[in-house]
Ligand binder design. Structure first.
Ligand SMILES: NC(=O)c1ccc[n+]([C@@H]2O[C@H](COP(=O)([O-])OP(=O)(O)OC[C@H]3O[C@@H](n4cnc5c(N)ncnc54)[C@H](OP(=O)(O)O)[C@@H]3O)[C@@H](O)[C@H]2O)c1
Length: 342
């Protein structure tokens, strides 16, 4: 093998108290490690930036093990194989894995998934075929029991998961209303994603009244990405048999005191149900979701707008952007420009 490249890494240096940022990370460089038997050396091309990462950085995350101080920051993405001692994986292959925030990870081949480039390009695998899209697919269908003609409400509708949820519901013949922060995001949700109505929650004094106007017949399915007062407001407008999908609760991640939901009585009155889920539990069915998503992406009925920042050093800034609503689309870091075959 040629000379080993330098591995640029970002390590967790301090646990955040509020919105995470560069002060929580330390950069270092080490020689990349040549693969042992069964291992693969890669060059990271894209990293996905996700709200759950903030929780993994804390002492006691709600899900998953925390990241130790001094450990490479955890994160998933796409990489190009440079050297392989794992069966079935060759240099030049594009793979998906929990790579960590580093430019040249060496990992056991069993943790890698080769990208099926017949479904989409490597960019598609971080976009409309990526885990955010897969999350929307299983959340709406398996948890939400999405049905044609449902009246669907989606929060954080311009975000990575939300924009796919809006489009899936629209494709399936539902009436869809999106909630997003600011005029620019709302215009995107209405004009590019095809939502039937949008609510700019930052411009509304009374969110419940705004939902009543946008959803005059009530809500059959609420796909909740934010929790807190937005969930409470949605609960006031449930139709009989309504379903609430608890996908995420980003409004509560940094809250000093958790918001106490008041309107659960409305769920009983509607004879509805509310259920959370973790996309990782659908691992065995990711292919099913990707085949469906790829077909809709090919016929141009579904898109995933990416918000791309260039360079590994941008990752800590990017993570904070999620909690300030500064991302316009699915947030990713382009770590390397060398994407190999597309
Ligand atoms: N269940 C699962 O397996 C699973 C998997 C992936 C993601 N998730 C969850 O899905 C949700 C969306 O994730 P994503 O990656 O697609 O992020 P995203 O929606 O692309 O980005 C986060 C967005 O959240 C909104 N936000 C931030 N603080 C808020 C607050 N206090 N109140 C209301 N909205 C706020 C902002 O949009 P606005 O500008 O519109 O406010 C921000 O742009 C997250 O809650 C995440 O944890 C769950």
């Amino acid at each position: 093998m040629q000379e080993l490249p330098t591995n640029h890494r970002l390590l967790l240096a301090a646990r955040p108290t509020g919105i995470p940022g560069p002060e929580n990370f330390a950069a270092d460089t080490v020689p990349a490690r040549a693969p042992d038997a069964g291992e693969v050396l890669m060059e990271t091309t894209y990293l996905s930036i996700d709200p759950a990462m903030r929780s993994w950085m804390s002492e006691k995350p709600l899900q998953n093990k925390n990241i130790s101080l001094g450990e490479v920051m955890r994160g998933g993405g796409i990489a190009r194989v440079i050297a392989s001692r794992a069966a079935g994986i060759e240099p030049g292959d594009l793979v998906q894995a929990r790579l960590g925030w580093q430019t040249h990870p060496t990992l056991n081949g069993r943790y890698l998934q080769k990208l099926d480039l017949t479904l989409g390009t490597s960019e598609d695998w971080i976009g409309p075929l990526g885990l955010s899209a897969v999350t929307a697919y299983f959340g709406l269908r398996d948890i939400g029991g999405l049905r044609r003609h449902d009246h669907v409400l989606v929060s954080s509708a311009a975000g990575g998961v939300g924009q796919i949820a809006v489009q899936i519901a629209r494709i399936e013949g539902c009436r869809v209303v999106g909630i997003a922060g600011g005029a620019r995001k709302c215009a995107f949700v209405a004009n590019e994603l095809g939502a039937h109505a949008v609510i700019d929650y930052k411009a509304e004094e009374n969110l419940s009244a705004a939902i009543a106007r946008a959803c005059p017949h009530g809500i059959d399915l609420y796909f909740d990405n934010v929790g807190g007062p937005t969930l409470d407001a949605a609960l006031e407008h449930l139709r009989p048999g309504a379903r609430i999908v608890l996908c995420g609760r980003i409004s509560q991640t940094l809250a000093a005191e958790s918001y106490g939901v008041r309107n659960l009585g409305r769920l009983s009155a509607a004879n509805g149900r509310m259920q959370s889920f973790l996309v990782f539990n659908y691992h065995d069915r990711y292919d099913e979701a990707r085949i469906w998503l790829a077909a809709r992406h090919r016929d141009s009925s579904l898109q995933q707008k990416l918000h791309v920042l260039a360079g590994l050093q941008q990752a800590p800034i990017a993570l904070g952007m999620l909690f300030r609503g500064e991302n316009n689309g699915k947030l990713v870091i382009r770590v390397s420009d060398d994407l190999g075959p597309r």
